[in-house]
Ligand binder design. Sequence first.
Ligand SMILES: Nc1nc2c(ncn2[C@@H]2O[C@H](COP(=O)(O)OP(=O)(O)O)[C@@H](O)[C@H]2O)c(=O)[nH]1
Ligand SMILES: [Mg+2]
Ligand SMILES: [Zn+2]
Length: 289
Amino acid sequence: MKQGRIIKVISNQYTIFSEGNLYMAHPRGRMRKGDKPLVGDVVNFEEIEDSVRIDSILPRRNVLLRPSVCNVDQALIVTSLKDPDFSPRLLNRLIFLVVLCNIEPVICITKADLLDDAQRAEVEKELDWYRKAGYRMFYSNPGSNDDELRENLEGKITVLCGQSGAGKSSLLNRLDPTFKLHTQEISKALGRGKHTTRHCELHPVAGGLVADTPGFSSLDFTRMDVGHLDELLADFKPYLEEGCRFADCIHVDEPDCIIKENVKAGNINPTLYEDYCMIMREFKNRKKY
Ligand SMILES: Nc1nc2c(ncn2[C@@H]2O[C@H](COP(=O)(O)OP(=O)(O)O)[C@@H](O)[C@H]2O)c(=O)[nH]1
Ligand SMILES: [Mg+2]
Ligand SMILES: [Zn+2]
């Protein structure tokens, strides 16, 4: 029995990546509808004569629905500083979505080259909050040395997210020049843009695997359980242990709240806290009815 990673699924045909080789495989008959392999799954498989059979799926660490991919290690939030302009609001909400899926957020800042020094200094003040909170951050634009970012992708499954135009495709092409070639070939073979389909594929990039479909395109929290968002945020973590007056404090309207105190004291990113409050208020109202 061999072990490998599902990197592509087209109807009942599964592509497995194992020790540098690709295998076209089918699941065993006894795999019921419910436990069909997903992109990102680690599977045990065997070669029987000229066919490859998937025998079993290893336990999943997490599952994303859109795109459909599992065992994601990190989400690379691609954030441009211009065209489209930097939006702390969008960055905050993407961080919330990512951590709520138990996936680590990593921030990649693009288009810094389009700002003059004064604009750059202004936006850096905002970005310092994220650095201070402990988020991993990278800068990338044409001509930048992306070795650190490449190292960060190595051995991991990464989903990209971020606004259209933020530079996601350009970034992948920069990180791995073969990627461009690869996508063009696929588009040609299909006779249409590859993003017209919802299926997700993992591409080997810089020693890791990157999902080709951007994740977290919907910023809709209304169906998510955000009850424990506070515990998932790096911004709040250092202060939560000290405890608020109420054990079930959600840090919005309660008195003697350690989070509110640290926002006031200038220790916690105020825009992130504001966006957190907005989401928690919606959540509270939803629970009431
Ligand atoms: N100056 C500059 N332009 C960039 C940078 N990253 C992307 N672009 C340009 O921004 C546009 C949108 O980039 P694209 O990669 O298609 O964004 P996507 O929608 O996130 O995939 C393209 O015209 C890119 O050439 C950057 O870091 N600096
Ligand atoms: Mg793109
Ligand atoms: Zn509190």
